[in-house]
Design a protein around this ligand. Structure first.
Ligand SMILES: Nc1ncnc2c1ncn2[C@@H]1O[C@H](COP(=O)(O)OP(=O)(O)O)[C@@H](O)[C@H]1O
Ligand SMILES: [Mg+2]
Length: 491
């Protein structure tokens, strides 16, 4: 159902100027008609035409090292001025989606949230006192919390948009949304933490400046992630996980935001553990899936069938929306495999399918499992590069899956509909620790989101698959004075 709140006027999404530009530059923009919300869009344009003032990792640490009231207020005003500019860029991006995609309830919801945040931050006057800064921090914190729905709803919106959004466009849109989101959260969390430390409400952990750890130990990152991935694995399958052996430059330390690298390493280890089980003890995976009532996950990459959803509004919303889209007869029909239809969406699964306590009672299969081949995590450190290589013997990545590992739009990304079980997500490892992400639930976001995190400070992830044997994933982090990378250039 479309939202009919008073903010609906903001959803008209077209400034006349953009409408005139669109006729010249891009056919996809022509689907919009101009809307009467001229005033708001003029303001939006003013902000969207401004360049973002990107920060570097070094700036974050140098600035926060010795804080004074004057510096804290400077930081507050930087965040206050920067957030609406960054939000305006993204709102502009929403406005350039094909019209039909813009009417998807998930996309529309986030569009509205962004407008609200934009209006809030652009209305905040210059911050000149610590008291005003405290209020400002509360507002920022509230925004961070409210926007936890962004990843799940954007992912579901894109999955439901199917043929209405070209693959390249979907990838660019999601990539830039996620990068920008990371950027806003970094600025916000850094300022909130610095303020809390300055006020004496929080004590700064050793070697940290705000949310940045100036002595991040590569070995500790791997260890923490491997402990958690092992725990999650054991909870899901009731068998001993593959060991993770760490070697290479064990003493490598670097300046980084730990949350970001931990997310990446955790997701890679989790994938490696799952693949190792699938290759060497598929019966355990099948048994565990049977026990939990979910559909088997084996070889699903080329499978356009929907992922089991147990309950919740999201797929139903999507279903209604897709049906409307088909009625409007815009590029494609309800028979497109990407559009959920009632028979596609299996709503009958038990809602406990993916609960954190769904440890399978597959003791007979578990007992029969011999030791799974170990995973190797190698650390390399040279100049301003830190590399992690995660090698497994999980049989490699199927060839047909390799081409869309980083995609947000392939039919296999119907897994995004599983976000109906995860309505709020910050994309942090602690969410797996606290079962915000139900154990064993496949969301299809691990690799693409990890790449977004790696790219953000100029790094990257590559995977090399040896058919039938295993996979090597390489994460390269640039740890010098890296500037935020907010633009997706494809690939
Ligand atoms: N190390 C690996 N070995 C084999 N297949 C892998 C590996 N890593 C990823 N894959 C394949 O890529 C898919 C996408 O991974 P990911 O983006 O993490 O999403 P998800 O794990 O939720 O499916 C996995 O489902 C799996 O089929
Ligand atoms: Mg994964």
């Amino acid at each position: 159902m479309l939202d009919k709140t008073p903010h609906a006027f903001l959803l008209g999404r077209r400034c006349p100027c953009a409408a005139s530009k669109q006729n010249v530059s891009s056919p996809r923009r022509r689907r919009y008609t101009s809307q009467p919300n001229f005033y708001h869009n003029r303001i939006l344009e003013q902000y969207a035409s401004q360049e973002t003032k990107r920060v570097t990792l070094r700036q974050l640490t140098v600035f926060g090292r010795t804080l004074t009231e004057e510096k804290l207020l400077k930081s507050a005003n930087y965040v206050r001025a920067e957030l609406p500019v960054r939000l305006a860029h993204r709102i502009f991006d929403f406005q350039h989606l094909p019209f039909i995609v813009g009417t998807n309830p998930h996309i529309e919801h986030i569009y509205k949230l962004y407008w609200e945040a934009f209006e809030t931050f652009r209305s905040i006057p210059q911050i000149t006192t610590l008291e005003q800064n405290r209020e400002f921090c509360d507002t920022v914190e509230h925004m961070l919390d409210t926007h936890l729905v962004a990843i799940p709803r954007l992912a579901m919106g894109v999955a439901e948009s199917g043929v209405h959004l070209a693959a390249r466009e979907a990838d660019r849109f999601m990539n830039e949304m996620l990068r920008s989101r990371i950027g806003r959260r970094v600025l916000a969390e850094q300022h909130i933490t610095l303020s809390a430390v300055f006020d004496g409400r929080e004590s700064q952990e050793p070697h940290y400046i705000g949310i940045v750890n100036t002595r991040c130990r590569a070995q500790d990152v791997v260890q923490r992630c491997s402990n958690l991935a092992s725990r999650v694995f054991e909870e899901a399958f009731g068998v001993t996980p593959p060991e993770v052996a760490v070697d290479g430059h064990l003493d490598a330390t670097f300046t980084y935001i730990p949350d970001q690298i931990e997310y990446i390493i955790f997701e890679l280890l989790k994938n490696s553990m799952w693949a190792t089980l699938e290759k060497h003890a598929p019966e355990v995976l099948v048994q565990a899936t049977k026990d939990s009532g979910a559909e088997p996950e084996l070889h699903r990459e080329d499978d356009t069938r929907p992922y089991r959803t147990s309950s919740g509004n999201a797929p139903r919303l999507g279903e209604a929306w897709a049906a409307n889209a088909a009625l409007r007869n815009v590029r494609g029909t309800a028979r497109d495999p990407m559009i959920p239809t009632p028979e596609h969406l299996d709503m009958t699964g038990p809602s406990s399918s993916y609960t954190s306590s769904s440890v399978p009672s597959s003791s007979s299969t578990a007992d029969a499992v011999t030791k799974l081949p170990s995973i190797r995590a190698t650390i390399g450190s040279a100049d301003s590069l830190i590399t992690f290589r995660i090698s497994d013997q999980g049989g490699g990545i199927r060839r047909d899956a390799l081409s869309h590992l980083w995609s947000y739009s392939h039919p296999s990304k119907r897994k995004f509909l599983n976000f109906a079980h995860v309505p709020r997500l910050a994309a942090k490892v602690e969410e797996s620790e606290h079962h915000v992400v139900p154990t064993g639930l496949k969301l299809g976001l691990g690799l693409p989101m990890s790449k977004v995190y790696a790219n953000y400070w100029g790094g990257d992830i590559e995977v090399c698959s040896m058919d039938g044997y295993g996979t090597d994933a390489y994460v390269t982090l640039k740890v010098g004075n890296q500037v935020e990378n907010l633009t997706y250039t494809g690939g």
